[in-house]
Design a protein around this ligand. Sequence first.
Ligand code: SF4
Length: 241
Amino acid sequence: MRMKEDYMKNGQLKPGYNVQISTNNQYIVNYSHHPNPTDYNTFPSHMEQFSKLYNHLPPAVVADAGYGSEENYALMEKFGVDAYLKYNYFDKEQHKDKSKIIIDLYYNAEQDCYYCQMGQKMRYIGTREKKSDNGFVQKYKNYQAIRCEGCPLRGGCNQQMENRKLSVNLSLKDYKSKATELLKSEKGLYYRSKRGVDVEPVFGNIKYNKGFRRFLLKGIDRTEIETGLLALAHNLAKRAK
Ligand code: SF4
């Protein structure tokens, strides 16, 4: 994988695992290793492992912006877990300059079409499917304006030769607005303030206080034993204090 520590500054690939942990009041309650660097892809199997360990899922799960994907929202909805998962750009959206907000195009659900800034209909032209590494299928609906030629807004709106196209994942859009509602609720604000002081100090303790920055063994089975021992030591030391 490509590591954050890139001393050669050349994106060198190094052997490693993406280590995921879940905490509750700074106790490690679950950990898993993954051979891929994208956090959102690790979430389903990490949660599945949690469910196997405790025979249930937690009532709520809180995570940062690396985890808010359609697949993860759908999974948590299926199991009735409140997903306080930020999506990419959630923070940016909260702090954006109101004068620079891009106007959302108007969607007509009955006719399944959009209307552009000039009031022109953008009709549905087909659906594209995209499969995630975990096999989850996302559906993107495509729309296209009928005639952009001669439009006074063309320079800022559509620089393509053809009429403007739009690709929308309506299901993700829906999940994002539900997530925004949760994240901005009183409970959401509480959880968001707690996340940083719950899980981050645990990584800090293991990596910086204990100086554990490299596995001693090779292979997922063996390195997971190392993380298990670290988690035990961490939890026992915390309990003793
Ligand atoms: S360029 Fe096309 S899509 Fe954009 S505002 Fe003009 S007509 Fe609408």
